[in-house]
Design a binder for this molecule. Sequence first.
Ligand code: RIB
Ligand code: CA
Length: 311
Amino acid sequence: MRRIILDVDTGNDDAVAIMMAGLHPEITLLGCTTVAGNLPVANTTENTLRVLHHIGRSDVPVFRGLASPFAPHPFPTPADFVSSATPVHQEELELLPSPVGVQPHTAVEWLVETLRNATEKITLVPVGPLTNIAAAVTLAPEIVDAVDEIVIMGGSASHGNETSQAEFNIFEDPVAAHVVVNAGFDRLTLVTLDATRKARVSAAQCRELEALGTPGATATAQILDYYIRGNSDKALGSAAVHDALCIAYLLDPSVIETARLHVGVDTVGFHTYGRTLIDLTGIGGTAPNASVALGADSAKFFDLLRSTLAA
Ligand code: RIB
Ligand code: CA
């Protein structure tokens, strides 16, 4: 059993991750903290509440997080900034509003208090910009000791998806990412685009999910249909469900292939701003600080997704 906190910028793939975490019996979802990223934090918070209500998990508390990056972008948007012709994430997911609202505490306050008072270790799963996590460990560095593993969706050892060099979550707040990878977490797993690009769901597989007829599967099919249409690589007729792979990993670690590597973050380059600096050969001589996922088993991922949503 994993006791987890999901930090989300709910958009489409975050929604699928929340449903997997909220539905699987091997996961105790202690709460969701929201952050600006795919959408402004008001939207990511509302979308998170709607997803939890949709799967009958309004009991999971939602805490609104930070609205802007830990450090503002120092440069004008780089020339190679990827802007999708159609919006990739729906401003408001087509799900009923939840009767349960956001909790009164802010995300960072709740993260700090929950981890300070934890009697059992907690798994942190940030799948958006790392702003909340960076703020929490800056306020209370000791909270890393209450975390058994932090599983981050972010970065790339190859090409980016927000610029040619940088992955979205890291690009949105590179200084926060730098703070988090250097915060001293015992076990840091970085699920990069090199892995999530193999965790794709096709339009045909959306039909398979739809046929399950459960609330989670039906919503996932609808959300991913939209995501496939809006995705920059829609020509592939599929979409990488990035955040859901982090939850699939919690259920079956063999779904990803990892290597112990050193990870840094470029917080000063212009063309490389926000790039994860992953030392693939160890030539840098700095001890590894992460288990980096560079591959994934797409069939195993879809089996985990389908079986979890069938509930
Ligand atoms: O690069 C993919 C990541 O950016 C995912 O977490 C997606 O939801 C967006 O936040
Ligand atoms: Ca996300």
